[in-house]
Each structure stands twice: as C-alpha cells, then as structure tokens.
Ligand binder design. Structure first.
Ligand code: FES
Length: 296
C-alpha cells in the first residue's frame, strides 16, 4: 500500500540558510501580491494566523528557557544563529536596547567627530535620557559654528526613538568625581579600595564611594580565578546596578538577573547584545592594596 501522506520539501541538516529562506519568502510574498484581492486577503489571513501560532509557541519556549540558567545560556547561543535571531526579532523577543541603539547612533557620527578632533563616550542611558562625555567640543571654523555636542545630540535624539534628552557630562571627568569618604585618594584619581585578599574572597563586591560634598561613585569589583576586575556599577542594558549579577566561574560570565544581559566577566563585553559593554576601570594591586582609578 502506498503512503498517501502529502509530501513537501525535505531539508537536509542543517537546513537552508537565511539567504535561501529569505528568497523563498520573497518569492511567496510576490506571488501573494499578484493574487486577486479576495484571494490575497485570504492569503494574508493565513499568514497572520500562522505567524500568531509561531509567535505564541516561540514565546512559550523562550519563557520556559529563561526560567532555567542552562536554558538562558542556550538562548544566548541560539540568538547567535542568524535565522533564530531574525525569528526572535520578528516576534519581538530580541529588541535592541536603548544603550545598543545609542552606541550604534554614536558609531555613525564618530568618524565625523574624530575628523574634527573630537570624540564621544556614552556613559549611561537613564529612561529617555542619554548621558555622554564629549571631548573636543569647541567650535571650529571647519564646523561652521556647529558644535560637536550638537552633532551628537542630533544623532541620538534623531536616531534613537526612546531618547528625548541628551545630557553632556564634562569632557574630562571633573575633579569632583574623584572620591571619596571612606577611602583614600591618590594622585591621578587612583583610590585605595581594600586589600586584594579581602576583595578576592567575594565573587562580587559593590563599593559605594562618597565624598564629603555628596558626589558619589558606585563600582563593582569582580573576583575571578585570582583576578580582580573593576566596573562601574551600571548594567549596559538599562543602566541599573550590576552588583546583583550572577558570576559563573565555570564560564567566566556575569549575568544581570533583570533581563538576562550576559557579560564576559573579564572584558565586560556583552555576549548576547553585541556592542553593549560594561565600563571597566583601571585596577592595580600595590603591596596587597587594591587601587582603582575612578576617573577613567
Ligand atoms: S538592567 Fe536589563 S539586563 Fe541588566
């Protein structure tokens, strides 16, 4: 007896790539556009129904995976696959963060800034406000009266939908940013923050540095395989404190529990959102004493 089941295309492992899938989709979309109006409406209804089904299933899978640490790791790995990444983006699972979008917007104008002797650093994004440090912000003849700050503001407010305000911090961190009440200061912004032994005993140490005039600096020190690394206590996703992150010594990763941003604990590079980055601070050990330069 013959098998009466309908046959469809069979894909060999690992399946068609993004390009082949995109071509097939384009071809099908062109075919639908050429249909009579009534048939086109039915085809669109079918497409929406299939997308809704897939979206619901994918969201359920992602929700379940997010509940488990190993599942979250798998999600990060999966998101590296271009087809999965596209699927996640289509269904709103992967969205560029305001930080990522701001960094991209800055990259677009950076060649222009540098050509005019300037540069810009995104310090953090807080709600609808981006905080930046711009250097070389003087007017120059070449800029015909337009400052580098204005170029940066325009790039961010015009290029990132969620950014409505841009606050420029001083180009060079002002001396008032150098801490700090309970710690000792030294030339060049180096601050003694504790002993290497003490900081090495805890995977993550949050340090709140505050000087008499109320200026504050929050940092975290990560202890990993005998190495100490310092970052500003700011997750690159939404600018919230990163000191609640989980450090996994086996993988050398630091994961923010809020939305799952996962960082290489040694470099601060975000592994699941390329371009996002923790701000690392210079750290050195001198006679067992740990010093961090907070004006970096
Ligand atoms: S604040 Fe969203 S992942 Fe850290």
């Amino acid at each position: 007896m013959s098998d009466a089941r309908p046959t469809g295309p069979t894909w060999n492992e690992p399946g068609p790539g993004l390009e082949a899938l995109s071509e097939a989709l384009d071809e099908a979309a062109t075919g639908v556009r050429e249909l009579e109006p009534a048939a086109r409406r039915r085809a669109e209804q079918l497409r929406h129904a299939v997308e809704a089904l897939h979206g619901s299933g994918i969201n359920a899978i992602v929700r379940r995976l997010r509940e488990d640490p190993r599942g979250r790791e798998l999600l990060f790995e999966l998101a590296d696959d271009p087809v999965v990444r596209l699927l996640f983006s289509v269904h709103g699972i992967l969205q560029p963060t305001p930080v990522t979008e701001s960094l991209r917007a800055l990259e677009k104008v950076r060649p222009y800034l540098r050509a005019h002797g300037g540069d810009a650093e995104l310090v953090r994004v807080d709600g609808d406000t981006a905080f930046l440090r711009v250097s070389g912000t003087c007017n120059s003849r070449a800029l015909a009266g337009v400052t580098l700050r204005e170029v940066v503001k325009e790039a961010l407010i015009g290029g990132v939908g969620s950014i409505a305000r841009v606050v420029m911090l001083a180009g060079d961190p002002p001396p008032t940013l150098i801490p700090l009440g309970p710690v000792r200061n030294r030339d060049g912004g180096w601050v003694a923050v504790g002993t290497a032994v003490g900081l090495g005993e805890r995977p993550i140490t949050a340090l709140h540095l505050e000087r008499a005039d109320g200026v504050k600096a929050d940092i975290v020190v990560i202890s990993l395989d005998g190495q100490l690394i310092a970052y500003r206590d700011i997750c690159a996703h939404q600018g919230l404190p990163i000191n609640v992150a989980q450090l996994d010594p086996a993988t050398g990763t630091l994961t923010c529990p809020r939305h799952g941003f996962c960082y290489d604990a040694r470099s601060g590079a975000c592994l699941n959102s390329p371009g996002a980055q923790l701000t690392q601070l210079p750290l050195r050990v001198d006679n067992g004493q740990v010093w961090i330069r907070v004006d970096a």
